[in-house]
Each structure stands twice: as structure tokens, then as C-alpha cells.
Design a protein around this ligand. Structure first.
Ligand code: RTP
Ligand code: MG
Length: 137
């Protein structure tokens, strides 16, 4: 079993589609081993996305991620990291395959509904950024 980290981003929580995202996660066979709703500060968003700090969209991304609450998730499944990236779809919803979360629910390249770890190294940074061992069941 592998674990990955996911976020239901502010655009989805604001539009009240987080239940739809959770249903797609469960239907795809993921076990939710950690879940909580939090409102990130700008500083916390910057720490989470520090790998993107030189990218032109970094400031906008951190403002977006801290503008309203998100739901953070730890997901478990065989091949969880790659399978969650597949279920999310391409970064830009316009390029995402039918049936993916970003195609069905995404708004724009920035407001794309969900985040997912892109490697075992990212998952190992991201899960403990939000969850203590006691919060993972
Ligand atoms: P994520 O990290 O959120 O799972 O998304 P990703 O791997 O598909 O995309 P990444 O390149 O890591 O970008 C992180 C997030 O930054 C926003 N973004 N905005 N305005 C833009 O051109 C742009 N490009 C990326 C998106 O919210 C993207 O998910
Ligand atoms: Mg990424």
C-alpha cells in the first residue's frame, strides 16, 4: 500500500463540490486515512509550495490557496501516487481527459479543484506538513 497527499482546493470548497470529489476518490478505491478542513495562511501556502517559488505563478497560487478553506487528505491505495494523479487529470482542465476530476469540476489552470503529490519524495514532505502520525488512521 502506498500513501499520497491530496488537497480539495478553495475553488471546490467554495462551490460546494467537495462531496463530489470525495465520492470520486472513494469510487476509485482510495482509503481516506487522514482528512481535515483548514484555512491556510499565505505563509503556510508558501511553505507548502516552496518548490514553485521561482515560478511566475507562485504569488497568485499562494494567494488563491489561502483565500478560503481547503480540505487536506491523506489517501492510501496500491499505486496511490500515480493513480491519484490520473484521477485528477491534467493541470489545465481544458486539457484533462473526460472522467477526471479537473475535467468534470475544474475552472481554470489555476483554480483546478485538486492537488496531488507528484512523487514519493513530495508525498513524504506533504503528508507530515499537515498530519501528525496520530491523525492518520
Ligand atoms: P498540483 O501541484 O496542485 O497538484 O498541480 P500540478 O502538479 O498539476 O501542477 P503544478 O505545475 O505543480 O502547479 C501547481 C499549481 O499551480 C497552479 N498553476 N497556475 N497560472 C498558471 O500558469 C499556473 N500553472 C500552475 C495550479 O493551481 C497548479 O495546480
Ligand atoms: Mg504539482
Amino acid at each position: 500500500m502506498e500513501r499520497t497527499f491530496a488537497i480539495i482546493k478553495p475553488d471546490a470548497v467554495e462551490r460546494k463540490v467537495s462531496g463530489k470529489v470525495l465520492a470520486m476518490i472513494e469510487e476509485a478505491g482510495f482509503n481516506i486515512v487522514g482528512m481535515k478542513k483548514i484555512h491556510l495562511s499565505k505563509c503556510e501556502a508558501e511553505g507548502f509550495y516552496y518548490v514553485h517559488k521561482e515560478r511566475p505563478f507562485f504569488g497568485d497560487l499562494c494567494s488563491f490557496m489561502s483565500r478560503s478553506p481547503v480540505i487536506v487528505l491523506a489517501l492510501e491505495k496500491d499505486n496511490a501516487i500515480a493513480d491519484w494523479r490520473s484521477l485528477m487529470g491534467a493541470t489545465n482542465p481544458a486539457n484533462a481527459d473526460a472522467g477526471t476530476i479537473r475535467k468534470e469540476l475544474g475552472v481554470s489552470i489555476e483554480e483546478n479543484t485538486v492537488h496531488g503529490s507528484d512523487s514519493p519524495e513530495s508525498a513524504a514532505y506533504e503528508i507530515p506538513y499537515f498530519f501528525s502520525q496520530l491523525e492518520l488512521v
